[in-house]
Every structure is written in C-alpha cells, then in structure tokens.
Unconditional design. Sequence first.
Length: 105
Amino acid sequence: MKPYEATVIHAEMFGKDKHDHDDTEICCDGCGIEYTLTDYRTLKENKKLVYFLYEDFLVCHGCLFDEIKRHIPLGGEVKLRVLDYDARYFLNFGEEGYNIEDELG
Ligand SMILES: [Zn+2]
C-alpha cells in the first residue's frame, strides 16, 4: 500500500514579503489550535507542536496522527512518509503507537 505523506511546516516557510510580521497566525484545520509564527517556532524547537501539510490541510501533529491511526488495519501498521526539507523518514503506526524509521533503514 502506498504510504501516506505529510510535509513538516516550518515557521520560516511563511515568507516575510507575503506576511506583515511574525505575528501571522497558523491554525490547525482539524482542531482549530492556533499560534503565531513566533510561538510556533518556539513550540516546534521544544518538540511540543508540529504542524504538517497533509493533502490540502494544515494540521497539527495530534490531528494528523489521529487521522493516520484511523487507517491502521487490524493487527497491522500504516506508514506515514514525512518530508522535512531534504530529510525523509517514515513513521510506522501500529496498535502500540508509532516508531520512526529512516528511509534507507
Ligand atoms: Zn489539530
């Protein structure tokens, strides 16, 4: 089965020329959690929150993982391919949670 795919959102991807300042807010399309880019940068650095682009949605990691978990087959796993700039890795979701595997591994 083709893995699901999501792209990590970085605060610096929001070009300064397109937005007035760092207080531009980004919002999860799933749960509505909303932060300014400044706060997001801090949260992400501290591994508290990551937003992803998934299909056409901007979603927080909580909503993304919930969505992916709905596709776990009984006793099986689903793979999420994560694109993070030049890095690529898989998150394998099973009934016990998830683990990370790099693309070559
Ligand atoms: Zn969310």
